[in-house]
Ligand binder design. Structure first.
Ligand code: AMP
Ligand code: TRP
Length: 331
């Protein structure tokens, strides 16, 4: 008999445009390893409102992201896909965890520091508490692994600490989760400024990110404009951020070794490198964009998948939450 599969849980926020960093750092890994694990994926709309959102746009983005995850290859027969706000145990457990998490631990979170600096006049307490909601997401499902990009490592470490603390103080309740971070693609940088992480919130800068729904023309144009350096040397050199980032993107899509790639581009210039990468990215994203354009018109199908997803998520979440609540003495 085969051993029971380990469970993975991961989430993504329905804000901005999903980009190549989200795809290579997270989604592609979820899709590629769907047979290997028992999978639960969540569109974390309750996380999104830690930064003010237009309600109408948030709703649209929630469906768009769900359609995009299916278009990327999340298979509802193999994975549970659902919307966070449709399973109320997420916010309920987050409260219990908020009550056992010191402010000092939350104060250390670099994402909180970064995001609060962007709008220092109005720092919402939800943004500060965000990691507790993320811990609740993960712990509710007794997740073994959490596949994410590099930027989420600190939050998962906090979720581990929280689980350990709860188990110690109230008795064995939660599985202790581990981050699952790929070696390549875990931190894709902006094409315009390769010293900054590619991020949805910089999406208003025209050449910063490649969105998964960008047209072939847009993709080619953005790669052509990507920042490099003046050395005209195509090697995996971590010091030369722009070229390293481009080569990493190429490597993630082609699955070739660094050595093979360096051989391939020996003696070539950056112009050739850029057009070759653009070609590979365009061809890889083409079926995703086409599938997305179809799925986004299939509202009934989408709603059905998400309702089924929420139902199976709820079954697990309710059990864990009841247990945690009782252990803390709540009637
Ligand atoms: P978010 O866009 O913050 O909801 O992130 C969703 C997932 O994408 C998380 O697992 C992130 O770690 C991952 N991610 C976001 N930006 C990048 C990036 N530039 N490179 C690699 N992974 C990323
Ligand atoms: N905080 C994550 C991000 O911004 C999204 C997220 C929310 C998440 N809950 C999660 C990721 C649980 C993994 C597991 O990218």
């Amino acid at each position: 008999m085969q051993n029971k599969k380990s469970r993975v849980f991961s989430g993504i926020q329905p804000t901005g445009n999903i980009h190549l960093g989200n795809y290579l750092g997270a989604i592609k890994n979820w899709v590629d390893r769907q047979d290997h694990y028992e999978n639960i994926f969540c569109v974390v709309n309750s996380h999104a409102i830690t930064i003010p959102q237009d309600p109408k746009i948030l709703k649209e983005k929630t469906f768009e992201l769900s359609a995009m995850l299916l278009a990327c290859g999340i298979d509802p027969k193999k994975s549970t896909l659902f919307i966070q706000s449709q399973v109320q145990e997420h916010t309920s457990l987050a409260w219990l965890l908020t009550c056992i998490t010191p402010m000092g631990d939350l104060n250390r979170m670099t994402q909180f520091k970064d995001k609060s600096q962007k709008n220092p006049k109005s720092i919402l307490s939800g943004l500060f508490n965000y990691p507790n909601l993320m811990s609740a997401d993960i712990l509710l499902y007794q997740s073994d692994f959490v596949p994410v990009g590099e930027d989420q490592k600190q939050h998962i470490e906090l979720a581990r600490d929280t689980a350990l603390r709860f188990n110690r103080d109230f008795g064995e309740t939660f599985v202790i989760p581990k981050p699952l971070i790929m070696q390549e693609g875990a931190r894709i940088m902006g094409l315009d400024d390769p010293s900054k992480k590619m991020s949805k919130s910089s999406g208003d800068k025209p050449n910063h990110l490649i969105a998964l729904i960008d047209t072939p023309e847009e993709i080619l144009k953005k790669f052509k404009k990507a920042t490099t350096d003046s050395q005209n040397l195509i090697t995996f050199d971590k010091e030369r951020l722009g070229v390293y980032n481009l080569l990493t993107i190429y490597q993630c899509f082609t699955q070739k070794s660094q050595k093979t790639i360096e051989e391939e581009f020996k003696g070539e210039g950056y112009g050739k490198l850029k057009s070759k990468i653009a070609e590979v990215v365009i061809e890889s994203l083409r079926p995703i964009r086409e599938s997305y354009n179809y799925l986004i018109t299939q509202k009934d199908y989408l709603e059905k998948i998400l309702a089924e997803g929420a139902k199976s998520a709820r079954e697990i979440a309710q059990k864990t939450y009841q247990d945690a609540k009782e252990k803390m003495g709540l009637i």
